[in-house]
Design a protein around this ligand. Structure first.
Ligand SMILES: Nc1ncnc2c1ncn2[C@@H]1O[C@H](COP(=O)(O)OP(=O)(O)OP(=O)(O)O)[C@@H](O)[C@H]1O
Ligand SMILES: [Mg+2]
Length: 315
């Protein structure tokens, strides 16, 4: 992709500016940028909340091109993807290019944007075929509206969740053969603490209390990803929400030591309550497990606050 919208520096300069908008992810950023700059379309495969949208927003903003979102589900028919004629105007004027309402694919092609299809594997087969044609030919014929030719910065970015029950095997090998692919996993704890600090700043708390809260929120959220009863744990979104909710819960107890420096019991209770609110809907238990999400979270909380320190203590 050579300098969309009249030159914004070399690829390395674009990369450096995008880095300022994203915590970590240097390697993924380089790989995605290299693929799109090479003129390729790419599939990002990773669980929810692993910075796929964040990366794409930062790249397209830096390049000054649109990012067009569309969700891949059974409703995404080829007509919805491509667009439709305005029925009222068709009655008055008959079909024309003029009364065609662009769908996301045509919008992205005309404006040279990225078409970002989330849950790509859930889109119906005929919509995938429409997309593959647009990707291969860089143009599509729209009945009664004429031919749409893509600007040269048009790209298709697909994403899917490897934990999705519908599975990655549904896509035919011919679809996979037409896309580059990058697997994205969770970031490390330090990067996740950086993300939470960026998205959930709490200026009322003493810095040491805040730092501890962020560290606990990230550790507890990460623990949901490795717990034996949990099929899919929470992304960093859970840690962000937990931190925000905990901050508000502390505000609700000003009578106990003041919200800025809570006592230990209050602190732990608040962490548990914010866990229930922020994480219970974000964890998916194994089908064979009888426990409730709250019970599993309680166990994770106990392991963290009660067993954890004891196990780590010397002697
Ligand atoms: N590397 C990062 N830098 C800054 N913020 C991040 C980063 N990763 C995630 N976030 C934040 O975490 C949240 C989830 O990230 P994002 O929306 O990019 O995930 P996603 O991979 O697109 O998820 P989904 O698959 O559910 O759409 C957002 O609030 C985002 O701001
Ligand atoms: Mg997203």
């Amino acid at each position: 992709m050579s300098e969309p919208r009249g030159g914004r520096g070399t690829l390395a300069q674009v990369r450096d500016r995008v880095r300022a908008r994203v915590v970590g992810r240097e390697r993924e950023l380089d790989l995605v940028l290299a693929a799109v700059a090479a003129g390729r379309d790419i599939l990002l495969e990773g669980p929810p909340g692993t910075s796929k949208s964040t990366l794409l927003r930062a790249i397209t903003a830096e390049w000054g091109i649109p990012l067009v979102f569309v969700e891949g589900n059974a409703d995404l028919t080829p007509a919805r993807l491509v667009g439709h004629h305005n029925p009222a105007r068709v009655l008055r004027e008959d079909y024309s290019a003029d009364n065609f309402v662009d769908g996301p694919l045509v919008e992205a092609m005309r404006n040279g944007g990225f078409l970002y299809i989330e849950e790509f594997n859930r889109a119906p087969e005929d919509s995938l075929n429409t997309l593959l044609t647009a990707m291969a030919e860089r143009r599509i014929a729209v009945p009664r509206a004429g031919e749409v030719v893509a600007r040269d910065t048009f790209r298709v970015i697909a994403s899917m969740n490897p934990y999705d029950n519908i599975g990655t095997t549904r896509l035919s090998t011919s679809v996979h053969d037409r896309l580059c692919r990058l697997a994205i996993t969770y970031q490390d704890a330090q990067a996740e603490r950086g993300i939470v600090a960026l998205r959930a700043p709490l200026t009322d708390l003493k810095p040491a209390v805040y730092e501890r809260l962020v560290a606990d929120a990230v550790a507890l959220t990460r623990a949901t990803r490795s717990h034996e009863d949990i099929r899919q744990g929470s992304s960093v979104r859970g840690a962000i929400d937990m931190t925000l909710v905990a901050g508000q819960l502390l505000n609700l107890h000003p009578e106990r030591t003041g919200p800025a420096v809570p006592d230990e019991t209050l602190y732990r209770d608040v962490v548990y309550d914010s866990m229930v609110v922020a994480l219970s809907g974000r964890i998916f238990l194994d089908e064979t497990v009888e426990a409730t999400p709250e019970q599993v979270l309680r166990q994770i909380w106990e392991d963290h606050f009660i067993l954890g320190p004891a196990a780590a203590a010397p002697g």
